[in-house]
Design a protein around this ligand. Structure first.
Ligand code: ARG
Length: 457
């Protein structure tokens, strides 16, 4: 018998129950559903909408049910459709007709809007704690590699020397912003929809502020129709997750490149790599590749929910049941990816000498050679031209800037003196970049210090 069976002369086809039901995936919100019902029923008792005894009996029954669900002693039923009606049906079976008062002054529409908000409030905290752990590891790695010189790239062509510390702290800033984005999503959605009813509230004298306080919301949704019918906060979250996954994916891509035989900048720990079933020599960065791959599904989930929501008239429509699988999938994906990525980078070895050798090739000090001439009075555009010619000369003669003789330098410009060699050493190139935000040792130390405060470590 359906909880809404009164109006129906026939029972639904199994096929319909199966199609309509969301219990398969929304059962993971059982805790939030029970938490919400306890708050609602406490309020109903306080407002004399039901008696205090009835309220207490329902709460006791819900608490016992939660223990049994947790112990895996409960079978959910697809014909009871979703977690909300499953719990009500189970409670009624256990404590009798008093359970039927639980839904007074409430609709599944405000119930589901409440449950999903409570659920993602918890999950945002979990994602944030994974991001925090990643930031701590990045900060440590960065502090260890403040003097580790590596080539920096643009267009994946060697550009200028930098340090591994500088490179890692770029990601640090990205993940910091990801935490900020999550925080603002959290703050924006921290409003209770409970009491919105089907969409127009109810005629009972509900105390919405009371349930909002009990459930830890900052405030209440000021329009009950909005309270039940928007899912923008889930779209915000899916967007936040997609952006973090994009950052993780770029980082993963770099790790994949750095592990390649051609680069060898890093070695992944054996415990975080995999082999090939046919090629005995292989050690593959599967974890990084999978993170890169899974980024796609989080983009898909965001697009999916945006598309689901785009044509739905106010207020609740069943289309909105489709919000959950994509949300849960993105949450599960990021909660798998973040900790494994953090472990992978905290256990990898960094090949400092290979990185440095990489920075030595490819004329990464050409900008500094031009700046040397500028500091001696040549306009930058002319200096650029001189060094361009020198680079071409080096390429033709298979040599590099630091191996040229002073005479060779002087044939292109008489301004060159012996101090050119010091001016284009990799250490000078890095450590003369004394602008805040740059790779020079003192600047990196300042930034690492600022971020130490941020992390409160
Ligand atoms: N399972 C539904 C969902 O996830 C709950 C709300 C159902 N409300 C309704 N009026 N049919 O959206």
């Amino acid at each position: 018998m359906k909880l809404w069976g009164g109006r129906f002369a026939k029972s639904t086809e199994f096929m319909v129950d199966d199609f309509n039901s969301s219990i398969r995936f929304d059962k993971r919100m059982y805790k939030e559903d029970i938490e919400g019902s306890i708050a609602h029923v406490t309020m109903l008792g306080k407002q004399n909408i039901i008696t205090l005894d009835e309220s207490a009996a329902i709460i006791k029954g819900l608490e016992a049910l939660e223990i049994d669900i947790e112990a895996n002693n409960i079978e959910f039923d697809i014909s009871a459709e979703d977690i909300h009606m499953n719990i009500e049906a189970l409670l009624t079976k256990r404590i009798g007709s008093v359970a039927k008062k639980m839904h007074t002054g409430r609709s599944r529409n405000d119930q589901v809007a409440l449950d999903i908000r409570l659920y993602i409030k918890k999950e945002i905290k979990v994602i944030d704690s994974h991001l925090y752990e990643l930031l701590k590891v990045l900060h440590q790695l960065s502090s260890d590699h403040i003097s580790t010189i590596m080539p920096g790239y643009t267009h994946l062509q060697k550009a200028q020397p930098t340090t591994f510390s500088h490179h890692l702290m770029a990601y640090f800033e990205m993940f910091k912003r990801d935490r900020d984005r999550l925080k603002s999503t959290y703050n924006r959605m921290n409003q209770s929809p409970l009491g919105s009813g089907a969409f127009a509230t109810t005629t009972y004298n509900l105390d919405r502020q009371f349930t909002a306080d009990l459930l830890g919301f900052d405030s209440i949704c000021l329009n009950s129709m909005d309270g039940v019918s928007d899912r923008d906060f889930l779209i915000d979250l899916l967007q936040n997750i997609a952006v973090t996954m994009m950052h993780l994916s770029r980082f993963s891509e770099e790790i994949i490149i750095w592990c390649s035989h051609e680069f060898k900048f890093v070695n992944l720990d054996d415990a975080y790599s995999t082999g090939s079933s046919i090629m005995p020599q292989k050690k593959n960065p599967d974890i990084a590749e999978l993170i890169r791959g899974k980024t796609g599904r989080t983009y898909g989930n965001l697009m999916s929910l945006l598309t689901t929501m785009k044509g739905i008239p106010l207020a609740y429509n069943k289309d909105m049941q489709e919000d959950k699988e994509v949300t849960f999938d993105s949450i599960d994906t990021i909660n798998m990816c973040l900790p494994i990525f953090t472990k992978m980078i905290s256990t990898m070895t960094v090949n400092k000498t290979v990185m440095r050798a990489g920075a030595e090739g490819g004329f990464t000090n050409a900008t500094d050679a031009a700046d040397y001439l500028v500091k001696k009075g040549l306009p930058f555009r002319d200096a650029h031209e001189v060094i361009g010619k020198l680079v071409l000369y080096c390429i033709t003669n298979n040599t590099d800037l630091s191996s040229l003789t002073l005479d060779e330098y002087k044939t292109l410009s008489p301004i060159f003196e012996k101090d050119i060699y010091e001016a284009i050493s990799l250490e000078t190139c890095v450590n003369l970049r004394q602008v805040i935000g740059g790779p020079a040792k003192e600047q990196m130390e300042k930034v690492l210090d600022i971020n130490k405060n941020y992390l409160e470590i």
